[in-house]
Design a protein around this ligand. Structure first.
Ligand code: HEM
Length: 462
């Protein structure tokens, strides 16, 4: 087996855990060649729970593992990504029990690889917990298995087909005036106070209101939806969920379930012109089971706003930290299309996805065993210098800009066009109306999550 280190001499602090390894130095790269004897892979049992520890991989990145999800890491994961990408671009993370893919090419290839399935992820988050707890959390596991982004073909094709009609470019373009209206109202309210929290006062209410209106849910309940969906996101982004997090998530899920099943019953009796009524119709026509209907609505509710909050929040933060780029956009608002693409690349709302290996495979020289979870790190891919020249520079005119913030392949984000419209209107309107906006405090607290990335609050003055 070969481990390619992309042309960089291995640092001296590398500790070889593999018993038999030899190093070959070629003009272009250092190769570490392991024997593939039976002892190079090791499994052990802990409290009756099966854990699989990889000892055939370099254990060089202890500093990465130690820093994972620390405040320093959350404030700027990109310097950690950069180090790992150059030293060990396919990294086994003991902390998260997953393989982290740091290069653009590996991320794109993995999202196209049919051997890497989306299914089974909830199980991977819980498999370290005692069997009895896993059994109690069965409703939670079953629920995630109905989310479209965790379902593989042919069911995925059916589910995506059912909901795609609600996301045609034409329908989304028609939402522009309503999005502008909500943005204007939010900014007008905020302007009176001369200070605001961009996350709670602006970035969150906009997409939450829009997705509630699309689904046909009362926007005044959105604070409650946010609490429920935030719990689901927290569970997923935790990597390996703590028992209390998993139990809390399940409680929130069951509360949301009661709420939505009540709405479904109302729509069955009195259909309206909204997504829930259309999906309830599909359920009655046997194209969708009740669990799938519930899963679809919860997923759209969460996917429809959690990530767009990050686009608006992280995007405005990046502009405030780069006044030259902010001024450029203020003086030429027509640059907003490329600006939003660059903001999606520069500080991506979703930093990682997850896939399960259906069979053994090799990625960039590393052997991935059947059943292991691989995390394509979108945030790292979007800063890969092999794909993006000078990747740490924010350039709102960057072209080409083939970022992977919306994923790749069959699960490519269905709501991407909507998120783009929301982001373009929100960011342009904000910086035009508040030209003097400044960050009120640089000590930001970031969401403790491997995947969703945004500051928990972003106080500004203007
Ligand atoms: C900036 C905002 C957004 C970002 C960065 C984003 C990102 C992503 C990514 C990376 C995926 C791929 C997941 C995977 O491959 O496992 C995805 C899937 C999806 N997203 Fe988004 N998303 C955003 C906004 C939205 C919005 C507003 C909606 C809907 C209202 C939405 C609906 C979906 C759906 C339905 C899928 C699943 C597609 C499938 O599995 O076929 N997203 N999103």
């Amino acid at each position: 087996m070969e481990v390619s280190c992309r042309g960089i001499l291995l640092p001296l602090r590398i500790v070889f855990k593999a018993a038999i390894a030899r190093v070959i130095i070629t003009p272009k790269k250092v190769l570490v060649v392991f024997s593939n004897g039976p002892n190079t892979l090791n499994s052990w049992y802990n409290n009756g729970i099966k854990r699989t520890k990889r000892t055939d991989v370099l254990n060089t990145q202890t500093s990465f593992e130690q820093h994972l999800l620390t405040p320093e890491y959350l404030a700027n994961p990109y310097s950690f990504y950069q180090q790992l990408r150059s030293e060990e671009p396919v990294h086994w993370s003991d902390t998260t029990n997953t393989w982290l893919l740091m290069c653009y090419s590996d991320v794109v290839a993995s999202l196209h690889n049919p051997i890497l399935k989306t299914g089974g992820k909830p199980e991977a988050h819980l498999r370290h917990l005692p069997d009895v707890v896993q059994t109690e959390l069965a409703p939670l596991q079953r629920h995630y298995e109905t989310w479209m982004s965790f379902v593989d073909p042919p069911d995925h094709t059916r589910l995506r087909g059912l909901v795609s009609n609600g996301f045609t470019p034409r329908m989304l373009e028609d939402l522009r005036p309503r999005i502008q209206q909500i943005v204007d109202n939010l900014l007008e309210e905020a302007q009176e106070g001369r200070q605001m929290d961009i996350i709670s006062d602006f970035a969150y209410p906009l997409p939450a209101t829009i997705i509630c209106e699309m689904l046909g849910l009362p926007p005044e309940d959105y604070q409650q939806f946010h609490e429920w969906s935030a719990a689901l996101v927290e569970f997923f982004g935790s990597g390996i969920a703590e028992e209390e997090t998993a139990r809390r998530t399940q409680r929130n899920l069951l509360a949301l379930s009661d709420y939505l099943r009540n709405v479904f019953a109302q729509r069955r009796r009195h259909p309206k012109n909204d997504l829930i009524s259309a999906l309830v119709g599909e359920e009655e026509g046997d194209s969708l089971s009740e669990d799938e209907l519930f899963g679809m609505c919860v997923f759209l509710l969460a996917a429809g706003h959690e990530t767009t909050v990050s686009l608006i929040g992280n995007g405005l933060l990046a502009l405030m930290r780069h006044p030259d780029q902010m001024k450029k956009l203020q003086s030429d608002p027509s640059l907003i299309d490329t600006a939003v693409e660059e903001l999606l690349r520069y500080d991506s709302p979703l930093q990682s996805l997850a896939r399960v290996a259906e069979e053994e495979l090799e990625i960039n020289g590393k052997k991935i065993r059947k059943g292991e979870v691989v995390r394509p790190m979108l945030g790292a891919a979007n800063r890969d210098p092999e794909q993006f020249p000078d990747p740490d520079r924010l350039d709102i005119c960057r072209h080409p800009n083939r970022h992977v913030a919306f994923g790749f392949g069959i699960h490519y984000c269905l709501g991407g066009p909507l998120a783009r419209i929301e982001g373009q209107i929100a960011i342009n309107s904000f910086i035009q109306r508040m030209p003097q906006v400044q960050i009120a405090s640089e000590s930001l607290q970031w969401r403790k999550n491997l995947s969703n990335r945004n500051p928990l609050s972003l106080p500004v003055v203007f």
